[in-house]
Ligand binder design. Structure first.
Ligand code: FES
Length: 178
């Protein structure tokens, strides 16, 4: 069944008709021609399709487009503004944090979101232990990513790189997190 939806993608509004089974990834790539998010596994395993969906990172291959009518989507292509690369994009280049580059858009979107998540106080991914009781509040203090490469590895573990270029991604992300 076809349904009409609107999406804001990288700051531009689009109205499109999609089959209810169309994923957000396919809507972006095949309907809107935005090939920045990549199709790796197509079932939530690799992170190559990561986008910001209403400000939170999401695997667009797992999201149905119709479920996100009216959503604000940002892809790696939309991170650059006024012809200037986003600091995370620049840092990946300066640190040579990729090899073939296929996973890079997803890595960068995920890293940008992670730095914001850490700064605004998500529980430590490495040291967090679930609260003891139903009413216990978790530690929501900010996480100093620049000083904690293990946090970066843990929080980026949903983004795989077949070339294993991880070693240079860590300092690239640390530089932006400082
Ligand atoms: Fe979406 Fe791999 S293509 S997680």
């Amino acid at each position: 069944m076809d349904t009409e939806i609107t999406l804001r993608v990288d700051g531009a509004d689009h109205r499109l008709t999609v089959d209810t089974r169309t994923t957000l990834l396919d809507a972006l790539r095949e309907r809107l021609g935005n090939t920045s998010p990549k199709k790796g596994c197509d079932h939530g395993q690799c992170g190559a399709c990561t986008v910001l969906l209403d400000g939170r990172r999401a695997n667009s291959c797992l999201a149905l487009a119709v479920a996100h009518d009216g959503a604000d989507v940002v892809t790696a292509a939309g991170l650059a503004t006024d012809g200037e690369l986003h600091p995370m994009q620049r840092s990946f280049i300066e640190h040579d944090a990729f090899q073939c580059g296929y996973c890079t858009p997803g890595q960068i979107v995920s890293a940008v979101a992670m730095v914001e998540e850490a700064a605004t106080g998500w529980p430590s991914a490495v040291t967090f232990t679930p609260p003891a009781g139903p009413d216990a509040a978790p530690d929501l203090g900010p996480v100093d990513l620049a000083a904690q490469p293990d946090e970066i590895r843990e929080r980026m573990s949903g983004n795989l790189c077949r070339c294993a270029a991880y070693a240079n991604m860590i300092p690239a992300i640390q530089e932006v997190a400082r």
